[in-house]
Design a protein around this ligand. Structure first.
Ligand SMILES: Cc1cc2nc3c(=O)[nH]c(=O)nc-3n(C[C@H](O)[C@H](O)[C@H](O)COP(=O)(O)O)c2cc1C
Length: 358
């Protein structure tokens, strides 16, 4: 890793120079014209903070308790696929980065290292991101095996029943290189050919992916998942209500980093209505566009219990392996502490919308 790497955007710039053009376009890219992806960031930038002074900032505390576990800070590594695209050791290196920074990683179904191998390496229990598979028997097997391997929470991604148009990926001619495999599927004997991943045409349906999934499947998953169950990709308060009524333990307010349906609103702007509907019955997490400590603060001020990041830690992984992932987390965490100290709110539990100008 070469300095100057002081911000998450510095990591992106360096990663862009180091990654192949196609891999960078896959990671950085979004759906359609990328309006939602840009809006995720712009919406954070529009929010103005309200500063109070002469509050004792000699001790800044970012600790929280979430799902019966202590966390040092409210930032998780969100699920992203195919880490071997950006680092030879793939997700094993990411887990080492999470270990170095005391962060929790949500392992993606489409990881290039099997969940069991990641879990063996992980200092903190992993969460697992699930796409409901067309074969529900196989979906059940997957869930049972990751739980047996120590998974603490299952996040079911519900916002991509079919593929969106990934314009930048198509233009760059992105395909998965040979050797970059969906290890969780390959290790269980499920046929998947890399060539099937978005060949030249626009594939609406992903191989294996359960495009027919409905709320009935969430009811079913709830009955077979004894661990924490979260839905990832909730934007609408009515969907949030239904998820809570079905017994989900938490929700991730997300538009998939703008990678599914373009022109959706920014996640941070969808958050308040979901917060109002859920009224604290379950914790709400959010992701999309988090690049600065002030963004983390704003998400918490609008009612998120914690945030997840996607692209930034992949840039860290690309530039510096485990140390790069850890540095990305450290930058964000330090910036959050700086924000809390400067704004006059040194306690995480005291963060609220009274620190935002409405
Ligand atoms: C390269 C890449 C791969 C991703 N793969 C998945 C995935 O397999 N499952 C999933 O639920 N979300 C996936 N996501 C979305 C992230 O979990 C997250 O919602 C998004 O990246 C957050 O936005 P940010 O990148 O602005 O932080 C992926 C994102 C990226 C950038």
């Amino acid at each position: 890793m070469q300095p100057p790497l002081w911000t998450l955007d510095d990591f992106e710039q360096l990663a862009r120079e180091r990654m192949s053009h196609a891999a960078y376009e896959y990671v950085a890219g979004a759906a359609g014209a990328g309006l939602t992806d840009a809006e995720n960031r712009a919406a954070f930038q529009r929010i103005r903070l309200r500063q109070r002074v002469l509050v004792d900032a000699s001790r800044i505390d970012t600790k929280l308790r979430l799902f019966d576990r202590d966390y040092e800070f409210p930032i998780l590594l969100g699920p992203t696929g195919y880490h071997k695209l950006v680092h030879a050791e793939g997700e094993i290196e990411t887990v080492k980065g999470a270990n170095l920074s005391d962060a929790t990683l949500v392992a993606a179904l489409f990881s290039t290292v099997a969940f069991e191998a990641m879990s063996r390496e992980a200092a903190r229990p992993l969460w697992f991101q699930l796409y409901i598979q067309t074969d529900r028997g196989f979906t059940k097997e997957l869930v049972e095996s990751v739980l047996a391997a120590g998974c603490e929470a299952i996040c079911v991604t519900v916002d991509v029943p079919v593929n969106g148009p990934r314009d930048r990926e198509y233009r760059a001619g992105f395909t998965l290189p040979p050797g970059v495999q969906r290890a969780n599927l390959a290790s269980r004997g499920t046929a998947f050919s890399a060539a099937a991943h978005r060949p030249a045409g626009r594939n609406i349906y992903s191989p294996t992916h359960g495009a027919d999934a409905t709320w009935k499947d969430i009811e079913w998953l709830r009955s077979i998942v004894p661990a924490k169950l979260l839905l990832k990709g909730i934007l609408d308060p009515e969907d949030a209500e239904r998820a809570v009524e079905l017994g989900c333990d938490g929700l991730i307010v997300s538009n998939h980093g703008g990678r599914s349906l373009d022109t959706l609103q920014a996640s941070i702007d969808a958050l308040p209505a979901v917060v109002e509907q859920v009224r604290g019955r379950v914790p709400l997490l959010m992701d999309g566009g988090i690049r600065r400590g002030t963004d983390v603060f704003k998400a918490l001020a609008r009612g998120a219990a914690a945030v997840l990041i996607g692209r930034p830690y992949l840039y860290g992984l690309s530039v510096g392996g485990a140390a790069g992932v850890a540095r990305v987390i450290e930058i964000l965490r330090t910036e959050l502490e700086m924000t809390m100290g400067l704004i006059g709110c040194p306690e995480l539990s005291q963060i609220s919308d009274k620190f935002l100008l409405q």
